[in-house]
Design a protein around this ligand. Structure first.
Ligand code: PAF
Length: 280
């Protein structure tokens, strides 16, 4: 693994790789790497000659300064996890490298995909994600870029950006990685006690329960039952939404929907968790 800390150093490495006609897989991250990230890296390594991993805690996608402050960071531990990998470049840009003028999001039309769920509860979040991912795509110009389905809304937004602005980059979604009990892997899990991680399984249990109710119960009935299931638990539910997978718009019935997905966001001990499963 090679470490590069500036845009110019990365371009130098990439020019050599690309002039040999070799492919580049890109895995953008905000660090605090866990086995979910490593699975993305493995996926990228299987499909490309080289992998670029970025670690950058992007300030513009945090609508809550407290959340940005609390976000787990441990670059030394991250480096150790990647050290042994072959044909991997770790890109560690500074804020001034990505935001040389002002630390601000660009306004990008995201076709309403950014207005629901995470977008509704974290205003401006996807403007920040879209801005930083576009900057990374311009710098890295990968053959393929890899994103986890845990952030499914983000994945759909990036697919749209790629279609409109970077048609040469293939966007690859990777299934949600879970621990043995089923909790979706997230950098935020390390902020939770073991006991809270067990309690947080309520999210995945309810997502699985929902899947079993289709098409017997309506989307609304399922959502209301889940809200009731969370009452009196250690988790405070922020939203439960059943949506059309392509448009991310809420659905009222199963008719005429090609693929549907259920999403839950909930808080436990001050930590915000999200998860989703495909219903059909
Ligand atoms: O999913 C993430 O970790 C971030 O949103 C991303 C894609 C690295 C952009 O900062």
């Amino acid at each position: 693994m090679r470490i590069v800390r500036s845009r110019s150093a990365l371009s130098e490495q990439l020019n050599a790789i690309k002039s040999d006609g070799e492919s580049v897989g890109f895995v953008p991250t905000m660090g605090a790497l866990h086995s979910g990230h490593l699975a993305l890296v493995k996926h990228a390594a299987l499909e490309n000659n080289h992998v670029v991993i970025s670690i950058f805690v992007n300030p513009t996608q945090f609508n809550n300064p407290e959340d940005l402050k609390k976000y787990p960071r441990d670059v030394d531990a991250d480096i150790k996890k990647l050290e042994e990998l072959q044909d991997v470049i770790l890109f560690l840009p500074a804020v001034s490298d990505l935001y040389p003028k002002e630390v601000r999001s660009k306004l990008i039309d995201l076709n309403g995909l950014d207005k629901v769920m995470e977008g509704e509860f974290r205003p401006g979040h996807f403007d920040g994600v879209a801005t930083v991912v576009s900057k990374f795509f311009e710098i890295v110009q990968p053959t393929r870029a890899y994103f986890g389905e845990k952030d499914f809304q983000q994945l759909q937004i990036i697919r749209l950006i790629s279609k409109n602005q970077f048609p040469g980059i293939q966007i690859i979604g990777h299934p949600v990685e879970r621990n043995r009990d089923g909790l979706a892997l997230s950098s935020r899990n390390q902020l939770l006690s073991q006991e809270d991680q067990k309690k947080a399984l309520l999210i995945f249990q309810n997502l699985n329960w929902a899947k079993l109710q289709v098409p017997k119960l309506s989307p609304d009935t399922i959502s209301h039952s889940i809200i009731q299931n969370f009452e009196g638990s250690a988790l405070e539910i922020e939203y439960v939404q059943i949506v059309n997978e392509d448009t991310l718009q809420k659905i009222d019935s199963w008719e005429d929907v090609k693929s549907a997905r259920i999403f839950i966001a909930a808080h436990i001990s001050g930590v915000r968790l999200i998860d989703n499963v495909s219903l059909f």
